[in-house]
Design a protein around this ligand. Structure first.
Ligand code: COA
Length: 565
């Protein structure tokens, strides 16, 4: 089918929908809802048989939905309407939520229902529910819609609030006044829930040191305490810990209220105001059940080590790269394990260097340059792991240098539905992380060129087909974990374990003789130098737009195939 995706942004969900439709061999094009004219023009150019809106904040012009079948993917249960669906669901502690696919009509979210899937809610922040549960239910709904479109006798369900199974309602936009924290009265659980309902957008507005900030990244703290609720009592790796009436909560990121600002680690933004607040250190291997803010942690099971690096948004600053490298080296060189698994974070495996911190720096050229080196140093250490089998576990999406880092491992496994963006050009970069060595090694030179030039996302299944990754495991969390553990256990105990390591060393030596690893790095960095050090480089411009979230003026041609001449 010719399917047009109309969306407010090419976000993770839209990328996943795009990938699923390509897997099903549909002819797909994309248009950003920049104006009614843009949308109308796209329809005229593409003549779609079906229009799907996976993430749309704008209204579809009447002329379009009156003439084309137009399905909206709404992140809410049947009957739910309005722009703050998930915010209200978290705020009101709903135990079950869902996704509903409905036909576009005059009134927003009030059209006939084509599909619906519900799921149990998880105790976490809004963007995480969106990336996991909503995305999974949206794909199921999408497939149901595609089935239903083929059936000549299918009749969508009318929205009827009299029906017992219609539990949703029309809700207003959630405002800051609905979200406010009362530090004198709210329990830790309530505070975390309020922050979660606004995370990652728009953030919960609160004040500290007579200034207003949006709060993000809330984590419960189980040991630190103080009698003054709201008071900052500790800091750790950029996060701050604030006392509550029944405990304490970590807040990892802040954004100043003024317009010209972006999200940064809390301690970076508060800088001089934190004098006297001590860094609270934790060991790499934490007690199993401690609740606190932790980025890097390690677990072991049956001769397999699992190294987690749960960095906010998958972005890795110089300091985070250095910590990760030390942790990696320490485990590699001292633990009695056969297999070491890079687990990445809960929401992203990794998205490469930290663009926000770089943007904030007064010497962004040098700091950005050091960040690239710090990323490269980790990748080099992973490549130089002769005595262990290494596995990258892509249980969440990865982009740019973060996706390439995974390829440094001996095996790359991914959760079904994970999206990879192994390219740099959308940010105006040539790229580093030894990608010129690692990517062609897996997919061949031609495919490596295609991936890095076309800059399109690749889902796990298609990634496996082209050899970018080795194996795809189940999308369900607990099954994925079980399959991963079985895979690692199998390789740790295989008869030819040491033969595998011998061959790996031989291959590395052969590769090194053909071209030293450091030559790949130096060549990549030669291309990258100007991007970092020339003030008006494309990268500096695009990074600024990315960090300040400046809206695109046109749909990129790589997505809007109807606009390609
Ligand atoms: N540095 C800082 N923040 C980053 C980041 C990075 N490298 N990569 C992603 N983020 C942030 C986004 O700003 C966004 O923030 P918010 O939700 O808190 O507002 C969040 O992570 C999610 O990213 P988003 O772009 O919405 O997710 P996506 O699934 O639509 O797209 C990517 C994923 C990887 C394609 C996209 O984020 C991207 O291009 N990132 C930049 C990658 C890069 O160029 N890295 C540097 C070179 S190594």
């Amino acid at each position: 089918m010719r399917i047009l995706l109309i969306c407010s942004a090419y976000n993770g969900l839209t990328q996943r929908v795009h990938d699923e439709l390509l897997l099903l061999n549909h002819n797909v094009s994309i248009e950003f809802a920049l104006s009614n004219n843009h949308m109308k023009e796209a329809v005229e150019l593409f003549h779609p048989e079906l229009i799907i809106c996976p993430f749309l904040k704008e209204k579809i012009p009447n002329q379009i939905w009156q003439n084309y079948k137009c399905i909206i993917i709404h992140p809410g249960i049947i009957g739910d309407r309005g722009p703050s669906s998930l915010d209200w669901a978290i705020h009101e502690n709903q135990q079950e939520w869902g996704v509903t696919a409905l036909e576009a009509v005059e009134e927003m979210d009030a059209g006939d229902i084509w599909a619906n899937f519900n799921f149990p809610m998880r105790d976490t922040f809004k963007a995480s529910i969106y990336r996991k549960e909503i995305t999974k239910a949206a794909i199921k709904s999408l497939k149901k819609v595609l089935d239903n479109v083929q059936k000549s006798d299918f009749k969508p369900q009318k929205l009827d609030y009299e029906k017992e199974d219609v539990k949703g309602e029309l809700k207003p936009l959630m405002q800051q006044q609905h979200r406010t924290i009362n530090w004198q009265k709210d329990l830790t659980k309530t505070i975390i829930q309020k922050i979660n309902a606004a995370d990652s957008f728009p953030g919960l507005l609160d004040s500290m040191f007579d200034e207003e900030f949006y709060l993000y990244g809330a984590h419960k703290e189980d040991q630190l305490r103080d009698e003054t609720p709201g008071k900052i009592i500790a800091r750790r790796h950029g996060a701050i810990c604030r006392a509550t009436i029944d405990g304490a909560v970590w807040i990892s990121h802040l954004k100043a209220k003024n317009k010209n600002s972006f999200k940064l680690p809390s301690a970076t933004l508060l800088k001089d105001k934190l004098k006297g607040i001590l860094e609270n250190r934790i060991p790499l291997v934490l007690e199993e059940n401690r609740e606190t803010f932790k980025e890097i942690y390690y677990k072991e099971k049956d001769e397999v080590g699992y190294l987690h690096f749960n960095f906010h948004n998958g972005a890795m600053s110089i300091e985070q790269c250095v910590r990760l490298k030390y942790a990696y080296e320490m485990i590699r060189d001292s633990k009695d394990i056969q297999v070491l698994v890079l687990m990445g974070g809960d929401d992203f495996f990794s998205n490469g260097i930290h663009l926000n911190i770089m943007e904030d720096s007064k010497k962004s050229d040098e700091d950005g340059w050091s960040n690239i080196h710090a990323m490269n140093d980790i990748v080099r250490e992973i490549i130089h792991t002769p005595d262990l089998i290494t596995v990258a576990s892509l249980s969440a999406n990865a982009g740019a240098g973060g996706a390439i880092m995974a390829l440094a491992c001996d095996y790359v496994v991914a959760r079904h539905g994970v999206i990879l963006n192994p390219h740099y050009k959308t940010l105006g970069l040539h790229g580093s992380e030894y990608w010129t060595y690692l990517l062609p090694k897996r997919v061949g030179k031609e495919k490596a060129y295609e991936l890095t030039e076309t800059c399109l996302p690749i889902g796990a299944i298609r990634a496996q087909e082209m050899g970018l990754i080795d194996i795809v495991f189940n999308e369900e969390d607990h099954i994925y974990q079980e399959e991963l553990e079985n895979f690692c256990h199998y390789h740790a105990n295989k008869d030819d374990y040491y033969d595998f390591l011998d061959k790996k060393q031989e291959q590395r030596q052969k590769d090194e003789n053909i071209k030293p690893l450091e030559s790949y790095r130096n060549e990549e960095l030669e291309h990258m130098y100007k991007s970092f050090y020339e003030k008006d480089s494309l990268f500096n411009k695009l990074r600024c737009e990315f960090v300040y979230k400046i809206k695109a003026k046109e749909t990129p041609k790589r997505l809007a195939i109807h606009r390609k001449k």
